[in-house]
Design a protein around this ligand. Sequence first.
Ligand SMILES: Cc1cc2nc3c(=O)[nH]c(=O)nc-3n(C[C@H](O)[C@H](O)[C@H](O)COP(=O)(O)OP(=O)(O)OC[C@H]3O[C@@H](n4cnc5c(N)ncnc54)[C@H](O)[C@@H]3O)c2cc1C
Length: 344
Amino acid sequence: MYDVIVIGAGPTGSTAAKILAEKGRKVLVAERFPMPRYKSCSGILIKKSMDLVKQYFGEEIPESVMCLPTENKGMVFTDDKGQEFVFAQEGRNVWRSSFDKWLSDKAAKEGAEIRSDTAVLSCEEKEGYLMVSLKGETVYTEEARYVLDCEGVTGSLKRKITKASPWYITTFQTFNKGSVDLDPHYFYAYLQPELSEYDAWFNVKDNFLVLGVAVKDTGKIKFYYERFLAYMKEHHRLQIDAQEKAEKWLMPRIRPGCPIDYDVGRVLFAGECAGFLNPMGEGISCGMESGYCAACAVSEHMDDIENVYASYRSRTKPLKTYMERQWSLVGRMADTFRDFILLP
Ligand SMILES: Cc1cc2nc3c(=O)[nH]c(=O)nc-3n(C[C@H](O)[C@H](O)[C@H](O)COP(=O)(O)OP(=O)(O)OC[C@H]3O[C@@H](n4cnc5c(N)ncnc54)[C@H](O)[C@@H]3O)c2cc1C
């Protein structure tokens, strides 16, 4: 019987597993892909993420997981009137596959058992524990007192458990060789409604110029992406010599009030899967923090489920408030996000 089975070895799951193991809990992490696994991401770690890595894992982020330019100097927003706002802040530029593998190795070193290439298929509630069905080379079951679902946006288990229809944004980004007249140390977000249905972005990873758009309707990807390229050519002298890769992914579509799905029975949700995501898809810091909060709540109140629920909610309250404030900020920059504005 495990104390906790964690689903997913992203930043949320690995943080939770590391903390649970550190607190002496018997923890299994099931990750459906072989590690290191791919995750579509801009790979910008904001200052808060850097600090959380230091706080939870006791180390600075190693150079080996970074790409060039390793240093990120902040975000440049262009609002829906075309006005630029620079938010200067220290950050790092990483490849997610390497960064996430590094985190999961740290969880393993602390004593968490990691089974990659192993998908959780279902969880069945029993008296005081859960029967978890897993698929590795074969299908088999394990027992756990709690499941911490950190499966991210692409996971299907939460959909099965809650029976709720998820709200998605589709992201599309390309990796290109070429040139542009922007400082590669910044992440650029464009909020003009003519360029995307959510946001469009530009950043640099090693020698690649990464250009992306987010849409509500996948049929409109090509339309917005071409408009965004034209905009970048006109305003920033973008020149593309070769497109090396294009990829689609999903992001949770956060709604006004930033509702969070905390738990169902003995299953707790954390990270993106719970609905923690800051504007412009900054999800690593809130994934790590919610994973930490869930791990502490379970570990401290293992035998008292009502207190697990209460503790998880109260520990994540500052995180939710931070998230609401961030969304309110972009609400003031673009009509697309107007409903997020918090009233004084
Ligand atoms: C295009 C794009 C750009 C982004 N850029 C940034 C950025 O620059 N900075 C930032 O902070 N955030 C960024 N994000 C958001 C960030 O990637 C996510 O918020 C973050 O990865 C969430 O972490 P997580 O651990 O909750 O989920 P994930 O990182 O998605 O990890 C979940 C894991 O669970 C596994 N899994 C799923 N289902 C199962 C199952 N049934 N059984 C076992 N394992 C399962 C998955 O394979 C995956 O490894 C971006 C997102 C997108 C789409």
